[in-house]
Design a protein around this ligand. Sequence first.
Ligand code: NAP
Ligand code: F7E
Length: 326
Amino acid sequence: MSGRRRALITGITGQDGSYLADLLTDKGYEVFGTVRRSSSENSERINHLHGRVQLLQADLLDQASLTMALQESRPHEVYNLGAQSFVPTSWSQPVLTAEFTGVGVTRLLEAIRTVDPGIRFYQASSSEMFGKVREVPQTELTPFYPRSPYGVAKAYGHFITVNYRESYGLYAASGILFNHESPRRGLEFVTRKISDAVARIKLGLATELRLGNMDAERDWGFAGDYVEAMWLMLQQPEPSDYVIATGETHSVREFVDLAFAHAGLDPERHVVTDPAFLRPAEVDQLIGDSSRARAELGWVPRTSFTELVEMMVDADLARLASAARV
Ligand code: NAP
Ligand code: F7E
């Protein structure tokens, strides 16, 4: 073991895991990440970190694998970013979502208690827990009313984190993060679905974009800014829970309009509403108040909504244009 600080990230192959691994390697950490066994390669988001992060096989469904990953890496900090994170899939696979996204948190906390209760633990909680919101804007004190099996599973993960902090004195912090996006966002989430479609339409590879509820409003930030808040939460004298958000809300329609305009396209000619993308229960509007994080962590979002939309469209245009050249 080197004398450097060590961090273990579950979900390192995901959007946030890859940005957090970038941040922690830049800070000089020895970074470990857990990956699930797969029949094909899925490390696209962390290929640029080859040789700078160490990958260990573990699954949030498998207690022994989590304990072994901790024994092998002996981390000072654990970031639990692994989850089934796509809200629509949580209706088609509600039990699996509860196992990964909910009970998986308990498995990891139990592994920490067994291997080293001094480990600092970060739980990736979500604004989806607010669901049918009880107040506007949402703070750390706003009651939860989740509207999807995913939101329900995240509420369990949140409270078990609080409970282990209070029951066993673990350093366990929960970040209630509002939607955050990037060019590394999965293609099924609405922002990336839009930026990818805009790029395809611009390059003549597609003609239409089918969307569900365009009136839904979200508080969208940039994932690169948000992983910094995760790290800051584990550097405090005492563990706590923090809302991380921009404080602005925008509709899916606004995202569409900005993205198409940035590429010089007219959305009216390409966007089609498709009931197949409507949800059994919708979260109509989210807007977060991150005053506490700003005051106690000194965290501020640095990327504006317009910059985020344009960054995503530009990245998809560059990626698809380069693939077309090859
Ligand atoms: P993501 O891109 O979907 O990544 C999810 C990660 O979890 C992937 O690395 C995935 O591995 C891993 N995973 C899935 N099932 C697992 C299992 N059973 N055991 C171990 N790992 C497993 O999600 P993200 O956007 O980076 O989000 C990171 C975390 O923050 C998630 O917990 C998410 O629910 C939460 N969150 C996200 C947002 C947001 O707006 N992005 C907001 C609030 C909270 P594979 O590559 O093998 O599938
Ligand atoms: O949907 C609407 C949809 O899937 C946003 C996850 O990271 O953030 C994310 O959850 C909105 C919803 O994200 C389409 O109905 C319209 O109102 O991009 P999304 P999400 O459900 O907000 C939270 C904070 C998390 O924690 C989650 O892990 O967009 N919408 N038309 C659509 N959404 C999708 N996916 N596809 C559409 O065609």
